[in-house]
Design a protein around this ligand. Structure first.
Ligand SMILES: Nc1ncnc2c1ncn2[C@@H]1O[C@H](COP(=O)(O)OP(=O)(O)OP(=O)(O)O)[C@@H](O)[C@H]1O
Length: 731
């Protein structure tokens, strides 16, 4: 089945009364539930955009109505062994926390306390109906992702380490290593834990002079049902995502700028994941942020509900369109509705061997998603009185595994605990819908920080999350610098000649190392992967400041990649540096230069062109793919100009401001559809998308594309497109 995406429009706050309301709910047809959000075009007020959802909730919708319609039906599924994920998405101040947590009054309670209340109630009923044969145990974990680091909210903030908790993949799920879990007997127990944990969140944020809603908060409710020796576990996750915000509009201080850059980045990655899945891309950039890795949209089994929170006001206009764009595409994401397997506490009695200690897994037949019988929106219930025969339309498609028979929808949880034959896990269904047509409208506002800015490395041709991160960081630095200048603050101390070795690996490098590690895992244990492993260790050692160890690892790697120019260059450079270190700083410099000269000489000998000149110590400046440099380390020598170096030609020329580059930029900046459509490789749609995108960037800073590198950064562009357009122009 698909991710269920519903939109909730919040009411006006007291201070907003009388302001301009521009977001409205509507129905596809008279008598049908509300499924459409309408908003005027930012360019032409007379034109209205419509976004379709599985359900739309108007301003007057109560907490209870939303819960009853969207979450309550899935509590049954949770007890049938399905994982359930509910997450709130939206711009800051649109009501995510109100929806998920809610207020203290009974009527104001949000999805989370209501979910827990239902879970305890159902658990008790199951235990009672089974005469105590089935016991239900509930355990909680609660954590936040702040600046792309995971922190346990059930532990006091004092116990936090700067790098937070690591993530690992286990049984095809992403788990947080070292996360605490608390047993929870009843609602009172939950409330105590939840309040304590939220206080931890506030305390931790206050310590950092940050904002408690500046993190993504993830509550996991683990339900364990035990009947005899059979144990079934399932998890409900309730996620209150941090909201994106535009730093140009807010008066954020440094901490909040960094915080909001991290939020914007992770939300941008989320929108990229949604786009990539809806396009049917092979590579989904889940791993580019911890939030997307944990959310694993479209990868996780079970039921996923996305609640898009919207503020109806004009002041949110572009932000609202951005989030409408992203979330309406999320509807296309297929999620496999597969129950978690039952685990046996001990070997089944039929197993006469009887010597195996501990747990033994008994795989079950994967269920077809037979209980995907969502009841529809609240509005449907309201309208039902008038049109009783008119059942609300099924709001989402049902995934059917053709190889297995569907199972009856409503099975008592106790009867569900029967061992069944194992069948291979089904794969996600083919995407029958056509690939999403990228919107002509605004791209996610989270781009706001990641908009094209001057890019220092002209060789970067594709937009990767790492690049986005670099841009985000750069933007933060720029804003801070301009503020500092305005306040005539003293200039920061000049960087020392030699930075002291850090004993912490930066997040970006850690991600690159992770990517390389994954690559190695996939490569198997052949010689190449051994070599890669040495490279990984070398990089890690280097990041930790142990250059001698790094050198040893690089040397070991060379055994597996003999004759690699880049690797040899690195080794030579490190050797020279280390011997220079021993001989004092002055000699180090000249030795390095000497080593550079020798390396360059050797490159000439083997006829390597272009790329090698930039390869020195460039781990931090890849071409966009995480382990690119490491890959390059291990590729056989090629005398011919590589594809990549050819791909760089345009940008290389761009850096020289070639007339051809300028011609291309002039065409783009003209925003003249006909001219842009005439570019090599540009169809009508691509041209229209580009013009629409540029037209939205009305402020002076982003309205003009200043270089080909910047052009490659725009949504829908990329290096190949720019290259083709460039190559197609007459000089
Ligand atoms: N459905 C609603 N009914 C009444 N008040 C609401 C509703 N939704 C939101 N609000 C109010 O709007 C304000 C902003 O809501 P909230 O803090 O939940 O936004 P948010 O999206 O979580 O913001 P952030 O991303 O900054 O955490 C709060 O005062 C909240 O009480």
């Amino acid at each position: 089945m698909s991710v269920r995406v519903v939109a909730r429009i919040r009411p006006l706050l007291d201070k907003e009364l009388g302001k301009d309301v521009i977001v409205h709910a509507d129905r596809a047809e008279e008598g049908k539930p509300l499924t459409i959000v309408k908003i005027p075009s930012p360019k032409n007020e007379a034109e209205e955009f419509s976004f379709a959802f599985n359900g739309v909730y108007e301003m007057a919708t109560s907490q209870e109505e939303l819960f009853t319609a969207e979450v309550a039906p899935h509590v049954r599924s949770l007890f049938q062994g399905l994982d359930v994920t509910i997450f709130a998405y939206g711009v800051t101040g649109t009501g995510k926390t109100h929806t998920m947590r809610g207020g203290l009054k009974l009527a104001e309670r949000g999805v989370i306390p209501r979910l827990l209340s239902n879970v305890f109630r159902r658990g008790k009923k199951i235990a009672k109906d089974s005469n105590g044969d089935t016991t239900v145990h509930v355990a909680l974990s609660y954590y936040e992702i702040y600046n792309d680091k995971v922190f346990d909210l059930l532990e006091s903030p004092e116990k936090r380490t700067p790098s937070g908790l690591p993530l690992r993949e286990k049984d095809s799920k992403t788990v947080v290593v070292g996360l605490s879990e608390r047993s929870c007997e009843d609602l009172k127990d939950f409330e105590r834990l939840y309040i304590e944990a939220n206080n931890n969140r506030i305390t931790a944020a206050t310590k950092l002079n940050a904002h408690s809603s500046g993190s993504h908060a993830i509550l996991r409710v683990k339900v364990t049902q035990t009947t005899g020796d059979m144990v079934r576990e399932s998890t409900a996750s309730a996620i209150d995502l941090a909201g994106s915000e535009d730093n140009r509009r807010t008066e954020n201080g440094k901490e909040r700028l960094i915080e909001s850059a991290a939020i914007n980045k992770s939300l941008f990655v989320l929108s990229q994941c949604i786009d990539a899945i809806s396009r049917g891309d092979k590579r989904i950039p889940y791993r580019e942020s911890k939030m997307t890795r944990i959310l694993s949209l479209g990868q996780n089994n079970g039921i996923t509900i996305m609640i898009l929170n919207l503020a109806p006001l004009r002041s949110y206009h572009l932000d609202t369109i951005s989030s409408l764009n992203v979330s309406s595409r999320a509807k296309r994401i297929e999620v496999r509705e597969i129950e978690n397997e039952i685990v046996f506490k001990q070997p089944p009695r039929t197993n006469s061997a009887g010597t195996v200690a501990g747990l033994k897994r008994q795989p079950l037949r994967a269920l077809a998603n037979a209980h995907n019988v969502h009841s529809g929106a609240v509005a449907a219930a309201k309208d039902a009185a008038a049109t009783t025969a008119d059942k609300p339309a099924k709001a989402f498609s049902v995934y059917l595994d053709k190889s297995t028979k569907p199972v009856a929808p409503a099975r008592a949880a106790t009867t569900a605990l029967q061992p069944r034959q194992s069948v291979p896990h089904k794969r996600s269904s083919d995407h029958s819908e056509p690939a999403a047509r990228p919107s002509k409208l605004a791209r996610p506002t989270h781009v706001s920080l990641a908009r094209p800015v001057a890019v220092p490395e002209p060789q970067q041709l594709s937009v990767s999350a790492a690049q986005i991160e670099a841009m985000v960081e750069k933007k933060v630095a720029e804003i801070m610098a301009s503020r500092a200048a305005a306040e005539a603050a003293p200039a920061p101390a000049p960087a020392k000649d030699k930075a002291p070795p850090t004993n912490q690996i930066s997040d970006e490098v850690r991600r690159r190392l992770d990517a390389l590690e994954r690559k190695i895992e996939h490569e198997g244990q052949d010689a190449r992967s051994k070599g890669l492993r040495y490279l990984l260790q070398a990089k890690e050692a280097k990041e930790l400041g142990d250059e001698e160890l790094a050198l040893r690892h690089y040397e070991s790697a060379l055994r597996y990649f003999p004759g690699q120019v880049k690797l040899m260059g690195k080794i030579e450079k490190l050797r020279a540096k280390l011997s220079g270190d021993k001989g004092g700083d002055d000699s180090r410099h000249s030795t390095e230069e000497h080593a550079e000269g020798r390396t360059a000489g050797r490159r000439k000998q083997v006829g390597h062109k272009i790329r090698d000149d930039r390869l020195e110590d460039d781990e931090h400046h890849g071409d966009g793919t995480e382990a690119d440099v490491d890959e390059e380390d291990c590729k056989p020598l090629r005398a011919k100009t590589s594809k990549r170096s050819k791909a760089n030609t345009a940008v290389m020329e761009d850096s020289l401001h070639s007339p051809r580059a300028q011609q291309l930029l002039d065409i783009v900046n003209s925003r003249d559809l006909a001219l842009i459509r005439g570019l090599n490789g540009f169809g009508a749609k691509k041209a229209q998308d580009l013009v629409d995108y540029l037209n939205l960037k009305t402020d002076e800073e982003y309205g003009q594309v200043g270089s080909l590198s910047q052009l490659t950064m725009l949504p829908g562009m990329g290096s190949k497109t720019v290259e083709r357009a460039y190559d197609g122009l007459q000089v």
